[in-house]
Design a protein around this ligand. Sequence first.
Ligand SMILES: Nc1ncnc2c1ncn2[C@@H]1O[C@H](COP(=O)(O)OP(=O)(O)O)[C@@H](O)[C@H]1O
Ligand SMILES: [Mg+2]
Length: 310
Amino acid sequence: MNNKPVISLMNVTKRIGRNTIIDDLTFEVPQGEIFGFLGPNGAGKTTTIRMIVGLMSITEGQILIKGKNIKTEFEQAIRHVGAIVESPEMYKYLSGYHNLIHYARMVPGVTKERIDEVVSLVKLENRIHDKVKKYSLGMRQRLGVAQALLHRPSLLILDEPTNGLDPAGIRELRDYLRHLTHTEGITVVVSSHLLSEMELMCDRVAILQQGKLVDVMPIERLTHGNDQAQTYQIKAKPLELALSTIKQMEEVLEVKLTQDAHIEVTTREERIPDILVELMQNNIRIYGVQMVLQSLEERFLEITGAGQIG
Ligand SMILES: Nc1ncnc2c1ncn2[C@@H]1O[C@H](COP(=O)(O)OP(=O)(O)O)[C@@H](O)[C@H]1O
Ligand SMILES: [Mg+2]
């Protein structure tokens, strides 16, 4: 296992005119990881990616890709990178396969075998001879990834790859990105403004806000917090009795009623079965229990909130 980072950013700053768009970013991405840039729109994710792939100059600091400086050793650094920054150009009336052939002409040394290989890596074998106009958004996305992989990069960078995908499409994307990291040892960097999507895909995330790095952490720490408490929504009747019953239970951090007459309880997952048993023993009928995904966004706001950034 090679422990040298695939990407290192050292005190990277980007200024345009009088605006500091990226402010002193420092972090590393080790090999084989699916790493996320997470932050609201305008946080600087695309700008950071554009600097990493050499589409935008760096005002201050350094970016190394596999130890090569993107500024002073551009050719050697960019060789390792496959990226989709803006959505890739596809010819809708050609098959996926002919799109790849067309693109491969512009990349030195790509063989027919390699084309077959990338097609199977993104699991498009069955549909690769269909016209692109018949592809779902997810399949177009995969074709774009296949294209970015043709020259055997060791780093794949995708800017907001889940845009427009449904949850099933996002899972599919996650699965084949995972497959890529396992079979090819590829390192993947993705950006998103949605924590719930990052949760499905990434091992670790860098949280960006207003061009600053808030933190880098494993995704579990972000989604579960340190205490593992989560918010669950319980639909139960009678409501008041359910509420007072839950309030009396141990390790319940918070209970409240929502506007649409659900109970929201914040506790460890382990406590949920006990809560349900207690409700049932009090003849309370339970219609459903659900984890509140919004709490992830809340947790994100908590982390990016006041006090962390000057
Ligand atoms: N070429 C540019 N000129 C001036 N400002 C820019 C330019 N590109 C991006 N910005 C600004 O930089 C900030 C970060 O943008 P961006 O990197 O696109 O964020 P994200 O991808 O996280 O949504 C925004 O405030 C945006 O308006
Ligand atoms: Mg962007």
